[in-house]
Design a binder for this molecule. Structure first.
Ligand SMILES: Cc1ncc(COP(=O)(O)O)c(C=O)c1O
Length: 435
């Protein structure tokens, strides 16, 4: 019989786990998972956990989804992978066509994870201006408290102290403008008025620095990793206008919020805008396989199309456009269409907001907020190890929840039922009450 303990020991001997101070595992046990089914993860000792955060926000339709499984099994017997330079294949072509139709951005560049998509978008923007003879446009702007990944370029536009400060000597200088997150609004100021005030700060920055700025990168509508900061779509609309006026690219990093998370397929739809570069990953394969994509306009694509090789975008990753990942992504898009997922999620969102009323009203809870299929709130608990304590207490109640500092959030797979939502809310209240 394989036990949790035996696997933990082997894992800790060999695996350097991500985003982890490994010494913490002297006191905090790992959770070895034997299998997943729908919303549930099962360990080797017979315990189960509700995956209320979609395994770092990737899983849209549950674990071991029969439809995605079937698509992958068929693909596996046809073609697993080929390099995408000089070759192409049907799943990549079909996926690019469908993403182009859905986003209005006709050219698709694939890579393997979110951070690599951000690197690509930054490089593409810089190289576009270079190909147009604008050699001085090398700067990037991002939002305060934004998160775009851990590689050197992505970390340069990230603004989360915990992840960034240690590596500061390695990073490019970038500029941060105020975050429109409504929790930072002044007393009596509405989310919209505050977002417009932040857009004025962006305008002031661009007025001065547009000549040396290549792009503004934003997480549309929700700044996820820094604590689920939500903001009014008017900010995106104003940012689009300002980027147009000052000839600066708008990069929408929808790695976390794309594919229905905010209530529309892409968050930018809520501001009726189209970015110049759209970064997608995480939910793109339903949480099955690592893949990302950068979608862009004909204008940007044409700036690279030339007899001169070095004007081309000579960026690559070995697994670019992996056939299995593309097939999983196509199965995900089929589910969106066949199950009317966006409309169904609206009904679920309304139900969840009703069900969550006692949690929102809990005396230790503040800033209860919701956008689409994301819910978040702060728990009033001054202890510095709140997040770890909450995580451990939640696991004991069959919940996988991983607070960001004092922010607890739900980002469940879209297949969650109303009954399970009620159970999740009930158990979360229990966790808060027993901490
Ligand atoms: C908005 C955003 N951008 C980029 C990334 C980086 O993606 P990955 O972890 O796949 O590199 C993340 C990951 O959480 C993210 O939330």
């Amino acid at each position: 019989m394989i036990s949790n303990d035996a696997l933990c020991q082997r894992s800790l001997r060999t695996i350097w786990h991500p985003c982890t101070q490994m010494k913490h595992h002297e006191t905090v046990p790992l959770v070895p998972i034997q299998r997943g089914q729908g919303l549930w993860l099962y360990d080797f000792d017979g315990n189960r956990y509700l995956d209320a955060i979609s395994s770092w926000w990737v899983n849209l339709f549950g674990h071991c989804n029969p439809r995605i499984n079937a698509a992958l099994k068929t693909q596996l017997d046809q073609l697993e992978h080929i390099m995408l330079a000089g070759f192409t294949h049907q799943p990549a072509i079909e996926l690019s066509e469908r993403l182009a139709t859905l986003s209005g951005l006709e050219h698709c560049f694939y890579s393997s994870d979110g951070a690599s998509a951000v690197e690509i978008a930054l490089k593409m923007s810089f190289h576009y201006w270079r190909n147009h003879g604008k050699l001085e446009k090398t700067g990037f702007i991002s939002l305060a408290h934004g998160y775009h990944g851990e590689t050197i370029g992505a970390l340069s536009v990230t603004d989360v102290t915990l992840f960034k400060d240690t590596y500061a000597p390695l990073l490019r200088q970038t500029a941060q403008v105020p975050s429109p997150d409504w929790r930072r609004a002044g007393p009596g100021e509405s989310a919209k008025t505050y977002a417009l005030r932040c857009a004025q700060a962006l305008e002031a920055y661009l007025e001065q620095h547009h000549a040396t700025t290549a792009a503004l990168i934003v997480e549309p509508l929700i700044q996820c990793a820094s604590g689920m900061g939500m903001y009014d779509p008017v900010y995106l609309a104003r940012a689009r206008q300002l980027c147009d006026r000052f000839a600066v690219h708008l990069i929408a990093d929808e790695i976390a919020v794309g594919f229905g998370r905010t209530g529309t397929l892409f968050a930018c739809e809520q501001a009726s805008i189209r970015p110049d570069l759209l970064c997608l990953s995480k939910g793109i394969t339903g949480g099955y396989l690592p893949m990302s994509a950068v979608l862009t306009t004909g204008d940007i694509y044409q700036a690279f199309y030339h007899d001169d090789t070095t004007r081309g975008f000579l960026h690559s990753h070995s697994y670019t456009g992996n056939a299995l990942a593309c097939r999983a992504a196509l199965a995900v898009l089929d589910i969106f269409e066949q199950d009317h997922v966006i409309a169904t999620n609206h009904t679920k969102t309304e139900a969840f907001n009703r069900i969550a009323a006692p949690l929102a009203a809990h005396p230790a809870v503040s800033n209860f907020r919701n956008t689409g299929m994301v819910w978040a709130f702060e728990v009033d608990d001054p202890r510095p190890d709140f997040a770890n304590r909450f995580y451990a207490a939640a696991l004991k109640r069959e919940l996988l929840l991983r607070p960001l500092d004092n922010t607890v959030y739900f980002m469940p797979p879209y297949t969650i039922s109303i009954e399970t939502m009620a159970w999740l809310v009930e158990r979360t209240i229990e966790v808060i009450d027993t901490l």
